[in-house]
Ligand binder design. Sequence first.
Ligand SMILES: NC(=O)c1ccc[n+]([C@@H]2O[C@H](COP(=O)([O-])OP(=O)(O)OC[C@H]3O[C@@H](n4cnc5c(N)ncnc54)[C@H](O)[C@@H]3O)[C@@H](O)[C@H]2O)c1
Ligand SMILES: O=P(O)(O)OC[C@H](O)CO
Length: 381
Amino acid sequence: MAPTFESQQMAPLDLHAGRENPARNSNDGHKSRVTVVGSGNWGSVAAKLIAFNTLNLPSFHDEVRMWVFQEILPSGEKLTDVINRTNENVKYLPGIKLGKNVVADADLENAVKDANMLVFVTPHQFMEGICKRLVGKIKEGAEAISLIKGMEVKMEGPCMISSLISSQLKINCCVLMGANIANEIAVEKLSEATVGYRENRETAEKWVQLFSTPYFMVSAIQDVEGVELCGTLKNVVAIAAGLVDGLEMGNNTKAAIMRIGLREMKAFSKLLFPSVKDSTFFESCGVADLITTCLGGRNRKVADAFARNGGQRSFDDLEAEMLQGQKLQGVSTAREVYGVLRHRGWLELFPLFSTVHEISTGRLPPSAIVKYSEQKPIFSR
Ligand SMILES: NC(=O)c1ccc[n+]([C@@H]2O[C@H](COP(=O)([O-])OP(=O)(O)OC[C@H]3O[C@@H](n4cnc5c(N)ncnc54)[C@H](O)[C@@H]3O)[C@@H](O)[C@H]2O)c1
Ligand SMILES: O=P(O)(O)OC[C@H](O)CO
């Protein structure tokens, strides 16, 4: 029998299904309201994608609320005021119109209170605080999706961000990850993404519908942990790839680092969650995201500069100087992964992941990335 791929099994969606039904159109009570929690580089692009669809799909309210972590711009104006006046996030996504139906709101509780569909897209380190503020503030029956690439490590062990959202807010949470450099999607260059869902395929289809555009092709698979771990762990590999670039080691070495990194991503994911599927690594969230992030991402870029400076300037310093408020996820994820590896006695099984952490904390020089990454491999496949 020919192999089948789950992401292709889902029937193609009619994005305009239900439009012709005037009774449904006139009944606003049945329409879903969407709030995007986060307004950085990817958060703003996510709002743009969603705003295009809510205007065109009758099952959604036109308005998309976007929670903005308030900032005062050099002009003295509030970021929310400028977004609402110009329809642009001038700090995190300058030059791109988000859609007139995007409303920036600095009041987190107000932004979420009416939403049936919550899209979480902040740097992962802020999510614990955000969840605490939202306990008891979410509408009953609301659904969530996390676009956040990262994890938390607690006393009890690692906790994926979608689990944090689900357990704190008592809501179902899907994930969306993929080869998605935000600035490219902002200018409508074609890319793909993967929605990971746990059980409810209907909800996954609704998320696919909300995000899909002719230039953003989304498919769904039943593997939340696999999808989320791919998105999370590739940031550690991107740091390694950036170090290799900064050391001017060339393409073959970089490809080797990506291969070893992918192998560690798969091994780590399956050790943590045996249910993770091999096929997930061949979706957009897997190998495709690994490639794009190692070629053109922010983690790569800052790690390149770190190596060129011989490790003399910290990642924090370089991040602040090079990214102007945008946040790296790879260095903190390497620390979190390292914590898990040490706790479980797995450090020697993951030479690339552990070496990235030791370099980023200054315990090893940048050149250690090629010296140690393949030194003690145990996963030969
Ligand atoms: N940018 C991309 O190309 C891209 C693509 C796919 C996924 N992602 C993922 O999306 C997530 C969000 O990244 P991004 O690119 O939208 O953000 P970003 O790095 O561009 O911006 C940082 C954001 O954090 C906010 N912030 C700063 N301090 C805060 C605080 N104390 N509390 C809450 N928020 C605070 C800032 O206002 C800003 O919105 C990350 O997990 C990232 O890995 C990013
Ligand atoms: O710019 P990075 O390194 O945060 O990566 C961006 C996206 O995750 C790529 O899909």
